[in-house]
Design a protein around this ligand. Sequence first.
Ligand code: 13P
Length: 245
Amino acid sequence: MLIVSNWKAYVESKEKAKMLAITAAKLAKNKAHELVLCVPAPYLGLLSGTAGVALGAQDVSVSLGGAATGEVTAGAVASLGATYTIVGHSERRSMGETNEVIVEKVRHALAHGLTPILCVGERERDEDAQYLKVIRSELSAVFDALTQKERMELVVAYEPLWAIGKTADEAITTDDLREMVSYIRKVLGDFVPGKASAKIRVLYGGSAEAVNAPLLANDTGIDGFLVGHASVDPVSYSALLKALS
Ligand code: 13P
């Protein structure tokens, strides 16, 4: 499986960043999973070259560079050896990031050889299943704007907002996840013809921990996880990976 850590802003010292990266490198040795660490941008240079682990950013700038104080461009991220970037995380969408901006960011990421991990997810579940429309519109806004070749480069992370930052028992159920992954694949099938859409990797994120991840991985159609809080503690991160082996 593809297990992407999203350290968010939980890691605020280079010592902790190094310690977590060493833990990941040790766990990567058994090659059970493909591991990606999406770290705060200042740590990308420090951690580049970590054995067996790919690095990613948590966002890239919509700016192409130049006079844009404080922005971290896709080019700068790629030059430090990162190969992935999260785009459209709900914690950035909630600060006003629009689908139009997300499309631009995806384009910049692709132009610099970064694999975009596009996050989609509903704020809440309603009885009329309007939440499916949210997912369709977030996916369509990006996939519609890309070429066939570009569409195949994306990883999709389904992260329902109501499940983020909680505990395993408040995360999604296996049945609900299976239904959503099948819906996501149906939407992707509208943009990528034939069997090719099945090759686009779909991850789940939202309180994935050692206790629930194996169940969520079982027969739901996901290709991996985007992990927040459980990825910034070496004990819970190791337990999660071991539980999935
Ligand atoms: P948690 O695993 O902390 O719920 O975070 C999920 C997430 O937002 C990953 O991007």
